[in-house]
Write a protein that binds this ligand. Structure first.
Ligand code: AMP
Length: 120
């Protein structure tokens, strides 16, 4: 885990250097609206510290995965999609085949409509 990478988009958003629409935050993570939403609710949850992807998470930063999920739960409550008859999808893209475009660990929170499965 690296503290901050000045050339990383989500590091710059997490530090406040670049603007975002923040939905929720904790000491270790930040949740903000995706700039190109794929659903009525589309929020990205990222660790403040730089981790490249789910595939590079190591023992020392494994707790951040739990942190992202806990913050995603709060996002779901704030956005009103947490009821059992609603629900949401959590997605972590890894690498080119999954169309990962920003190499800073992030959890997509998608919801607000019936989501198709399997994804394209
Ligand atoms: P991924 O394709 O999994 O790497 O997801 C990256 C996401 O970041 C995409 O859904 C983009 O729409 C989103 N994104 C890119 N730049 C920004 C930005 N400046 N603010 C908010 N979301 C962004």
């Amino acid at each position: 885990m690296m503290a901050h990478m000045s050339d990383c988009l989500f590091c710059r958003i997490a530090s406040g250097e670049l603007p975002s629409t923040i939905v929720a935050e904790s000491e270790l993570a930040l949740a903000f609206r995706d700039a190109a939403p794929q659903a009525p609710v589309h929020v990205l949850v990222v660790p403040r510290a730089h981790v490249t992807s789910a595939h590079t998470v190591r023992d020392a930063d494994a707790h951040l995965i739990g942190e992202l999920v806990l913050l995603a739960q709060r996002v779901a409550v704030i956005e009103g999609i947490d009821a059992e008859d609603r629900g949401y999808r959590l997605v972590m893209n890894v690498g080119a085949d999954a169309n990962m475009s920003v190499p800073h660990l992030h959890l997509h929170v998608l919801g607000g409509r019936k989501l198709g499965w399997p994804p394209g």
